[in-house]
Design a protein around this ligand. Structure first.
Ligand SMILES: Cc1cc2nc3c(=O)[nH]c(=O)nc-3n(C[C@H](O)[C@H](O)[C@H](O)COP(=O)(O)OP(=O)(O)OC[C@H]3O[C@@H](n4cnc5c(N)ncnc54)[C@H](O)[C@@H]3O)c2cc1C
Length: 413
């Protein structure tokens, strides 16, 4: 070990400063209070400070920075959704990922290597044709591929699972990719705090004090603060936190699990998912295979991982790539996902004048981090919901203008 490195390791003072300042004292009031220091809260603060000149902003995070679902997700980024509203929104999300490292001066390791979704039945193939046509119409790179093309895209795939689930073709989404989740959060946090945004870790919102149809203040474990505008971006805790303001969201929470194997040399060059097996795989930049699937079948706030899900995901992965059967698992974990009835998020206004919602991200919110941040900041700054967000308002559940994305979110997030 070089002597310099050893001296550095043993030193009491470190010559480098962290990207995120230590949590400051709470002020008596802020123009904007963001509840939840995950990717969405941080991205919104970044856009508020950089593009709207609003810097008197406090992010209140009950735990540590981005320790919620932002830290737990499997980082699938894509725009191959079903509804025109969903495709337009996520398409811009993918584009913003493309420029994110530059924008944040922070390497978020965006890797646009394409996503392949496998079809094992004629019904799935038919639905892929529909999605491909809709995607192409909206300008995303999406096409139906046959067996031969599937093999070319992913030569290691077992095309015939013992005759039981033969691969008939797939949906190839060249725009799909991944990014490093911690880097996304830290990049936004660093840039926002550089512009004056305060990040308060270990600061839990215990109550939201409403009077005259507005939020007047929030009470935290570190004291009460008055607020001009408030945004809720609390991931799996969105329902509970909104209830503190008397707002009942159409959300139910389900655990979602994932796991990683030991690292091996790079061999899987696309994201691969199977609708029928409810399993997807991606190889991380460290060489680990990240394996995920659908949500647990019951509502719960538990973040314990289960043997059932481990077996299910391992089975799916080995079906697709039999040579993985001797791989060792390193970790398995779970997060709490806030699911809406139509599998689309809830963004925009709440019944209270100055309370804004960035909720219902379920199993699909990481890819939306930049685009939700951009437009939620615009909403808060102008007091008006922009067109791109309007279809995602909570009022769609009373006007029955639902955005059904169930078929596009089921197994690959
Ligand atoms: C296993 C798994 C895999 C996933 N895979 C994908 C994927 O591949 N692609 C994708 O797009 N999405 C995926 N998701 C979903 C994605 O992770 C989330 O939708 C996204 O991270 C939500 O970000 P957020 O900032 O809204 O919430 P979070 O990152 O959860 O942040 C919310 C924060 O609010 C804080 N908070 C809660 N209550 C309070 C309170 N009272 N006071 C103060 N702070 C509070 C929490 O501590 C938390 O840090 C996955 C999720 C899981 C669990």
């Amino acid at each position: 070990m070089p002597l310099k490195l050893l001296k550095y390791g043993l030193a009491r003072d470190y010559p480098v400063t962290g990207d995120i300042p230590a949590t400051p004292d709470l002020r008596k009031s802020y123009d904007v209070v963001i509840i939840g220091g995950g990717g969405h809260g941080l991205a919104c603060a970044f856009y508020l400070s950089k593009y709207h000149g609003i810097t008197n902003v406090a992010i209140l995070e009950k735990g540590y920075l981005a320790g919620g679902n932002t830290a737990r997700n499997t980082t699938t980024i894509r725009s191959n959704y079903i509804t025109p509203e969903g495709i337009a929104f996520y398409k811009e999300g993918v584009e913003l990922y493309g420029e994110m490292s530059q924008e944040l001066d922070f390497n978020v390791m965006f890797s646009q290597r394409g996503q392949l979704t496998l079809a094992h039945s004629e019904t799935t193939m038919r639905s892929f044709h529909l999605r491909a046509e809709m995607g192409k119409h909206m300008g995303t790179r999406l096409e139906v591929v046959d067996q031969k093309q599937v093999q070319e895209l992913c030569p290691h795939l077992n095309m015939d699972y013992g005759g039981a689930l033969e691969i008939l073709g797939g949906l190839w989404h060249e725009d799909g990719g991944t990014a490093r989740h911690d880097a996304v959060a830290w990049g936004y946090a660093a840039q926002a705090s550089r512009r004056g945004v305060e990040i308060h870790q270990r600061t839990e919102v215990e109550s939201i004090n409403v009077n005259g149809g507005r939020v007047q203040s929030v009470t935290t474990n570190r004291g009460e603060i008055a607020c001009g505008q408030v945004m809720i971006a609390c991931g799996g805790a969105n329902y509970e936190v909104a209830m503190k303001a008397g707002v009942r969201l159409p959300i139910r929470c389900y655990p979602l699990q994932a796991m990683v194997t030991q690292p091996i040399k790079p061999w899987l060059h696309t994201l691969v998912s199977s609708v029928s097996l409810h399993t997807y795989l991606v190889q991380s930049s460290r060489g680990e295979l990240v394996i995920g699937g659908g949500s647990d079948p019951y509502q719960s706030y538990s973040t314990r991982s289960t043997l059932d899900m481990k077996e299910h995901l391992a089975q799916g992965a080995v079906h697709m790539f039999p040579f993985l059967q001797n791989m060792r698992l390193l970790r398995q974990w779970a997060g709490t996902t806030d699911m809406t009835p139509d599998y689309s998020p809830i963004m925009g206004a709440s019944p209270l004048d100055n309370l804004w919602l960035d909720c219902g991200w379920g199993t699909w919110g990481f890819k939306a981090t930049p685009v939700a941040g951009k437009y939620m900041a615009q909403t808060i700054a102008n007091g008006k919901v922009p067109d791109i967000l309007r279809p995602f308002g909570m009022d769609r559940f009373t006007s029955f203008e639902l955005l059904n994305e169930m078929g596009a979110t089921a197994a690959s997030h």
